[in-house]
Design a protein around this ligand. Structure first.
Ligand code: AHR
Length: 513
């Protein structure tokens, strides 16, 4: 039997005869689409303490910083290899005027952040500070231009300011403000939720406007290309998907787009009232049930996109997703502060798995939001910082960035809570460039452990090790007093099986022999 055609049941020689709960049949010999690293993107809006305090403390702060940007936050984000950061919003983007955020500090234009708490936005963190930040992190820029209350001219000039290589007036202004080389702008969002906070536009109205933005929002640097992302659907509504994709299929030479945005939060109703912690199993199950709807949503919009774009040239960009919970007690409700539990880590893993399964179409995604807002990676309190359970999932999933999706067949089982029936387990696999086969398994069941067997076709494994994330309770959170209540620990296969405690996520790498 040749190595490639061999069926390897990992370490089964040592395994007892008893059957495992779930058998994952990993087809390592059938690698598929690349899981784009950009599905692990972040979103950082001028909202609450997402930017100010979370990222920016100013150069005079006692909190260790580099040119005003927190060193601890940068180090944590580097460790999860953040591929791109979407900025400055969100709803904020459609009221943002970039000129207010450049030049000497005393000339920055203070404005009211009408969307988020009605507080003063000092514009201290502007274009140069954003690029300094993402360059420290090593992430790509995803800049959203103002379609709702801005003009085509304003967006075009911002692009010229950021990217012009020739000594145009705007390029010289940029140099005068301390930046000689053009900024790299790989992604540009053409507005944000223009069906809602971005001007409540009909799909047809947005499409006409978007074409002009797509035409003139140019990258002026011949050595770079910006991918343009149009506003797409609000959850399950399909008007924008139809209108934008139809227009794209009938486009003329002067404009195009590269992506269509989809926003979808897990909420269990509006206004958001689901508790961050202290919830029971029925609430947990209902929340997870809703989040799994992301798959249907992607299928629905992908089917429309396939009709106009069978070659999948336009990416579906899920640039706002995550858990939106009740605001933390005692906080400004407009700041969207929420704790982050083991449930949210499971939610993150399930959504990342869904994106990976749709890797051919979903090529960018941004969890909302990076620091101190909604389903954050990081929470800060003055000089303190903690990593949330969701952060740990992103950390564990780093090996999936740009790896080739590998099919896994398994019986998902049933996890029943009242009238909610969920899959008991979920899993994905991928092959990394160095040949390592990575398997991620989630035990969704909050009450029962699961024993997972691995059957790997076309792969000769020399060793297996990885990380397991779980917690004493599914609603466990990390606090500034106890930062590691939910933290990953090493895991390996024992007797060829992976033991997953209730409500847990494991990522295991199998090294080739
Ligand atoms: O992430 C918070 C808000 O949710 C964003 O500003 C907006 O785009 C969405 O409605």
């Amino acid at each position: 039997m040749s190595l490639r055609s061999s069926l390897l049941v990992l370490f089964l020689a040592a395994a007892p005869a008893a059957a495992q709960d779930v058998l994952l049949k990993v087809e390592a010999d059938k690698p598929g689409a690349k899981i784009d690293r950009h599905i692990f993107g972040q979103f950082a809006e001028h909202l609450g303490h997402g930017i100010y305090e979370g990222v920016w403390v100013g150069p005079d702060s006692d909190i260790p910083n580099t040119r005003g940007i927190r060193n601890d936050v940068v180090a944590a984000l580097k460790a999860i290899k953040v591929p791109n950061i979407r900025w400055p919003g969100g709803c904020f983007a459609d009221e943002y005027h970039w000129r207010g955020g450049i030049g000497p500090k005393e000339r920055r234009r203070a404005m009211v952040n009408t969307n988020w708490g009605g507080v003063i936005e000092p514009n201290t963190f502007g274009t140069h500070e954003f690029f300094d930040f993402i360059e420290q992190v090593g992430a790509d820029a995803y800049v959203s231009v103002n379609v709702g209350s801005g003009t085509v001219q304003e967006a075009a000039e911002w692009m010229e300011y950021m990217t012009a290589v020739h000594p145009t007036a705007l390029a010289q202004e940029r140099v005068g403000n301390g930046r000689k080389a053009p900024f790299q702008v790989p992604f540009v969002g053409l507005g944000n939720e223009n069906w809602g906070c971005g001007g409540a536009m009909s799909a047809d109205y947005y499409v006409d406007l978007m074409k002009a933005f797509a035409r003139y929002t140019r990258n002026y640097d011949p050595d770079q290309k910006s991918k343009l992302i149009a506003v797409g659907p609000d959850g399950a509504k399909t008007e924008y998907t139809e209108a934008v994709m139809k227009a794209w299929s009938e486009r003329v030479w002067s404009w195009t787009i590269d992506g269509l945005s989809l926003h979808n939060y897990t909420l269990n109703g509006w206004p958001p009232s689901v508790k961050a912690t202290g919830f029971g199993e029925p609430e947990y199950a209902k929340f997870i049930e809703e989040t799994l709807g992301m798959d249907t949503l992607i299928r629905t919009h992908s089917a429309i996109m396939d009709k106009y774009d069978p070659e999948k040239e336009v990416a579906l960009v899920v640039d706002e997703w995550g858990a939106w919970l009740a605001p933390a007690e005692g906080t400004n409700p407009g700041f969207l502060v929420q704790q982050n539990s083991m449930r949210d880590a499971i939610l993150a893993a399930l959504n990342l798995n869904i994106f990976a399964r749709h890797a051919e179409r979903v090529r960018v995604a941004n969890i909302a939001q990076m620091v101190n807002v909604l389903q954050a990676m990081i929470l800060t309190d003055k000089e303190q910082m903690l990593l949330t359970p969701t952060y740990h999932v992103f950390h564990m999933y780093v090996p999936f960035q740009d790896a080739a999706f590998v099919p896994v067949a398994f019986d998902k089982g049933r996890y029943t809570v009242g009238d909610v029936v969920l899959p008991r387990v979920d899993a994905i696999a991928a092959k990394a460039a160095d040949g390592t086969l990575w398997v991620a398994v989630t035990n969704v069941d909050a009450g029962r452990a699961v024993e997972v067997g691995l059957e790997v076709a076309g792969f000769d494994a020399a060793s297996a090790r990885g990380l397991l994330l779980t917690a004493p309770r599914v609603d466990a959170v990390n606090t500034f007093e106890a930062k590691d209540t939910v933290a990953p620990r090493p895991v390996t296969l024992s007797n060829g099986r992976l033991q997953l405690p209730p409500h847990s996520v494991a990522v295991v790498g199998l090294k080739p022999r």
